[in-house]
Design a protein around this ligand. Structure first.
Ligand SMILES: Cc1cc2nc3c(=O)[nH]c(=O)nc-3n(C[C@H](O)[C@H](O)[C@H](O)COP(=O)(O)O)c2cc1C
Length: 203
């Protein structure tokens, strides 16, 4: 599988050492201080499933061994950390906004995500993300199961995400970037007359 996105420097250092407080170095939970993307794929097999569960704020509460291996993380590096620790800088913001809106709205999200392992390697997934409910019907957390997409699916989604990302990168303000990315995504869906989940399954 080839990595279609170019390396981007923009956010790599976001979230690295932010400053010192009381003699302690404060390190952010943001992902891009981890490693630069290497362009190498972190492989997993067609019969493997990557699973994580989070609390309502998206902090990881459970990670299966496949997630840890593919993300080059130890369990203690994941528990309590935000899921964005594996965010890849080439993922459009608009996709995560749609994901969060969908799962908070108690609907199931299906979509493609490019992730960044701790060592800078990347892996594409086809993800199912949804809420977990308590006895009273309230949302108590979220969970995600992910399968390996085919090479042709990766190739198709890569060029679509590259267009959305380009729309986002025309703006320096994060909120304007998100608005532009969401507009590009909505345009694509309305051209195809599909909901996002239908589009994801059609790729
Ligand atoms: C159950 C669940 C699974 C998630 N899985 C991923 C994932 O695999 N990769 C990822 O980058 N973000 C994932 N997220 C979304 C992150 O919480 C976050 O919104 C995203 O990384 C964007 O981060 P940012 O807002 O700091 O840019 C997941 C969220 C939830 C609730």
């Amino acid at each position: 599988m080839t990595q279609k996105f170019g390396l981007t420097r923009g956010n790599f250092f976001r979230g690295m050492i932010l400053g010192k407080r009381s003699g302690h170095v404060q390190v952010s939970d943001q992902p891009h201080g981890r490693s630069r993307p290497t362009g190498r794929e972190s492989a997993f097999a067609d019969n493997e499933i990557i699973v994580t569960k989070t609390d309502t704020a998206g902090r990881i509460r459970y990670a299966n061994p496949v997630f840890l291996r593919v993300s080059a993380l130890k369990l203690e590096e994941t528990l309590g950390r935000p899921h964005s620790i594996i965010r890849h800088p080439d993922m459009p913001r608009a996709i995560f906004r749609l994901m969060w809106d969908t799962i908070r709205d108690r609907q199931e999200f299906f979509g493609y995500i490019l992730n960044l392992a701790k060592n800078g390697d990347h892996y594409w997934v086809f993800a199912h993300v949804t809420a977990s409910f308590g006895r009273d019907g309230s949302i108590v957390g979220f969970h995600s199961n992910r399968r390996r997409p085919s090479t042709s699916q990766v190739s198709a989604i890569s060029s679509i995400y590259a267009d959305i990302l380009a729309a986002e990168r025309r703006h320096s303000s994060p909120s304007q970037a998100l608005a532009a990315g969401s507009e590009a995504l909505n345009e694509l869906l309305s051209k195809r007359r599909m909901r996002h989940d239908e589009f994801a399954f059609a790729i």
